[in-house]
Structure formats: C-alpha cells, structure tokens
Design a binder for this molecule. Structure first.
Ligand code: SF4
Length: 388
C-alpha cells in the first residue's frame, strides 16, 4: 500500500475494496465527504483496472435532436421550447436521414437521438424515423429516447410501455439512452423536474427494456440542489436495478449546467466535485462495467484527468450537441477522434474505439499511427462498421 493510502482516512475502505467487498451507503457517503481526492482516485483506479485494465474507450457518434418542443417545463432545462417560441424546431424524417448520411460519411457508428415530449407528432413519426435510419445503413446503431420519452410514446401509441418498446425495437431501436434520471429522491425531483416521470417510472422503463433483452445506459445530474446523501440514494437505486437485470452497459454522471434555467444555483460543479463524483460512482457501482467522463459537461481536459479517478470512457465525438450548450456549457460542439485518442494516450491508457454496447471496434496499440486522421470517409466507415 502506498504511504499516502496508509495514512489516509479512507485506508479501511481501500482495504475493503481491495479485498473485493461491496461498500454500503454509509461508506459511499464517507467517500463523498472525504477531501482526500488522491485516495479516492487510488481506490477508484483499483476498481477500474480490475474491470478494464488500461483500456479507455470512446465512440464515434452523432447527436440528433428531432425536436425541442416539449409539453413539460422541467426547471433545470434550457433546451425545451413551446410552440409559441421563435426558436422552436422539429425535423422531418428526411432531414434526420440526411444527418445520418452525413454522419456515416464521417465514420460514425451510433446515432444518439432524443427530443422533448412533442405535443402533436404521432407515434408513426418515431417508428418511421427509426426505419428510415436503418434504411440509410442497417449497421448504424440507434441509441434513442429517454425513459420519459418512452412513456410519452406509449401514451401516443395507446399501448403499454412494454408493447411500445417492442414496436420501437421492431422499427430499429437498438438501445435506450440514460437521460432523464436527474436525481431520484422525490423532494429534489420536484424542485428541478416537476411533472417529469418518477424515479420508479424511470427505473421501470429500463427494467422492462432489460427484461426484453435490451441494454441501456443511466445517468445522474449532480451539482444543483441535491445533497451528497441524495447522490448516494440515487446510486443505490441504480445499483439495485443492475443487480436485478445486469442491463446497464455504463453509468454517465452529468455535471449540472447553470445557465438559462429556473434553478437558483449559479455555479457549475467544480473540478473537485466532478472528480470525486466519478470516483465514488466507480467504487460504489461495483456491478457496472463502465463509467463515462462526459466531456461535454466536464471539458476534455478534466475528462482526461477523470481517467485517473475511475472513468474508463470519454463518450463520443457527438458532432452537434444542443442540450448542454443551451444550458451554458462552454465546451466545443464536437471532438475529433484524434483529440480523444491523444487525451487517452497521454493519460497512460490504451485507446479503444467502442460501439454502443461498449464492445471494441478498434484497439489502438502504442504504435498504431492515427491513420484515421488522413483516411477518406469511405475507408473510415468500412473500418468502423466492418469490425462493429
Ligand atoms: S428535461 Fe426533457 S422533459 Fe423536461 S422540459 Fe426539458 S425536454 Fe422536456
């Protein structure tokens, strides 16, 4: 054991985790409350190395928001618009397919598609969209819709959520997104996302999807009005569902962005807070294979540092992000594959291009040159999809 760990207030928890034991909620709260970030990083890195060795992943993906019209008004949301708003938008299925063709030309393997709860689009719009995207290229992986969107679509389709998920899967849905979890505790949820689905409903949609053989990610929006105990409660519920279904592929902690919304918090989470949240997530969520450092909210520099605090994934190239940027995120709209590989290599890790299900598409050895920087679009596409 390192000297600093031997002297740390977290020494007993390091030993417990090193021995393979699971931490309880009180111990997770102790981790959150500790100021010993180096010890947290050491414990989280121990778990991360056990799960993924030196590998750290990224994905070539593109975000598409089909519409920002929403019948709800979550207090933290800077994205949603009403029909009366001049900057509301919605895309036709053909416009979405055109974005997919552009993405394919850039070597993308995943489309990540979410929108607001649109007041009038019919259920057929969503199934037509999925079919049109699979028609662009059947190998494109479609990661679409949050749990609240699924409940909205079920209401539109006049079907139970299970039948709605089956209909969407039949149309081409590959994976659910993890958005909309926010913070599960009811008292906090009503302060930041009044009217949204309950924690139970969020977890039920993911449970149903997992029971149907599907996979999804999950999230936590942190750094607003919640307490550290609320974060532990949130992680506890995710870990319990993962024990039950094993259907979550990864966990994505999302740092709150403070601009253009109705929550009286004016400062985004600090670097310290983000690193400890990623580290505690890695340690406590012992049944999750992957923890993502979401560069859109953290910035690529802090996301890179998070690779030493339990994260093993940097998310994706994204190409066109709106939800965090409308809430004030100062990060760029996209990252190149070369930037992500460089960030991972500098952190002493082996870059792995992954697919939606965190399966490796390409492992970059120490020597592999960044040929993709110079490759033509068809070459990149062939490489990515042939090996996906
Ligand atoms: S967070 Fe989602 S459900 Fe809530 S207002 Fe924004 S778009 Fe609508």
């Amino acid at each position: 054991m390192n000297l600093f760990l031997a002297q740390s207030e977290l020494k007993d928890l390091y030993e417990k985790v090193a021995g393979g034991a699971r931490l309880d909620e009180a111990e997770a709260l102790r981790l959150f409350e500790s100021k010993d970030l180096n010890a947290l990083g050491a414990i989280a890195s121990l778990v991360s190395a056990r799960k993924n060795g030196r590998r750290a992943s990224y994905i070539l993906n593109r975000y598409i928001n089909y519409s920002n019209y929403c019948i709800l008004s979550c207090q933290f949301c800077a994205f949603a618009r009403k029909k009366r708003d001049a900057d509301g938008m919605q895309l036709t299925v053909e416009e979405i397919a055109a974005k997919a063709r552009e993405a394919l030309a850039a070597g993308v393997t995943e489309l990540h598609i979410v929108g607001g709860l649109h007041p009038s689009l019919p259920f057929s719009y969503y199934t037509d969209m999925l079919r049109a995207l699979k028609a662009v290229d059947g190998r494109l992986q479609l990661k679409c819709f949050t749990a609240i969107e699924i409940l909205h679509l079920a209401w539109l389709a006049r079907k139970p959520a299970r039948d709605t998920l089956l209909a969407l899967r039949e149309a081409g849905l590959d994976s659910l997104t993890g958005g909309g979890a926010e913070i599960f505790r009811k008292e906090i949820r009503s302060q930041i996302a009044r009217g949204k689905e309950s924690a139970e409903e969020y977890l039920d949609v993911h449970r149903l999807w997992h029971q149907l053989g599907g996979r999804s990610t999950c999230t936590m929006l942190y750094g607003h009005v919640e307490s550290l105990a609320d974060r532990v409660d949130h992680l506890r519920q995710l870990r319990a569902l993962q024990d039950e279904t094993r259907g979550f592929t990864g966990f994505v902690p999302l740092p709150y962005q403070p601009d253009n919304n109705d929550i009286p918090v004016k400062v985004a989470p600090t670097g310290f807070d983000s690193l400890r949240t990623i580290a505690v997530s890695r340690i406590y969520l012992d049944n999750f294979d992957h923890i993502t450092a979401y560069w859109v909210g953290l910035g690529l520099k802090l996301a890179q540092v998070a690779l030493s605090y339990g994260a093993d994934d940097l998310h994706g190239t994204i190409l066109e992000e709106h939800i965090f940027h409308m809430a004030g995120a100062p990060t760029p709209q996209s990252q190149s594959e070369a930037e992500m590989i460089k960030a991972i290599r500098e952190a002493g890790r082996i870059p792995v291009q992954r697919d939606t299900f965190y399966q490796p598409v390409k492992v970059w050895s120490e020597e592999t040159p960044l040929a993709a920087e110079n490759a033509g679009a068809s070459e990149i596409l062939e490489r990515n999809l042939a090996s996906a």
